[in-house]
Design a protein around this ligand. Structure first.
Ligand SMILES: Nc1nc2c([nH]c(=O)n2[C@H]2C[C@H](O)[C@@H](COP(=O)(O)OP(=O)(O)OP(=O)(O)O)O2)c(=O)[nH]1
Length: 141
């Protein structure tokens, strides 16, 4: 019998946070030494085994920014197909529970009005997230 090898694509689930504070949104610039160097992203990271999306997000935000968050709403997922793996970005609208941000991974962060978000050089997947966030804001009004 001839067996056919079917390549299994790695699927990575990445909860990320659209953090709202005083009418602005936090964007983080990725390190020049990691994948997507110097691109802008919503902070977050890869889910570990047995974590819910919310647990991953709270852990990652504490690791990367040193703050606690309130999770307010979930937005639609955006899928990035990188050929060898698929990244499922799971965005959550959040607010700050504690405010003293200490950066451990990002090159820099910036707080922007929602309308100004598109001025940054985001990862491809994040452009879809921003459009979904605008729709979310429009419905909320
Ligand atoms: N946290 C976050 N990651 C994003 C966003 N957009 C996007 O494409 N990503 C990608 C970058 C990474 O490949 C992955 C998140 O994993 P990570 O935060 O642990 O970053 P990493 O550099 O260690 O990951 P890797 O690419 O080296 O595997 O998702 C986003 O808005 N936020």
């Amino acid at each position: 019998m001839i067996e056919t090898l079917v390549p299994v694509k790695l699927v990575v689930r990445v909860p990320c946070a659209i953090i709202e504070h005083q009418g602005k949104i936090l964007a983080g610039q990725r390190s020049p030494f990691l994948s997507f160097p110097l691109k802008w992203e919503f902070p977050g990271g890869k889910q570990e085994e047995n974590e819910t999306d919310e647990q991953t997000l709270e852990r990652e935000i504490m690791e990367e920014l040193g703050v606690e968050i309130h999770i307010i709403d979930k937005l639609p997922v955006t899928i990035i197909d990188q050929g060898w793996r698929e990244i499922i970005l799971v965005p959550f609208v959040c607010s700050l529970k504690t405010e003293n941000i200490v950066l451990t991974e990002h090159e820099q962060i910036i707080w922007l009005e929602p309308d100004d978000l598109q001025s940054l050089d985001w990862t491809d997947g994040d452009l879809g997230i921003i459009q979904n966030y605008y729709q979310y804001l429009a419905v909320k009004k």
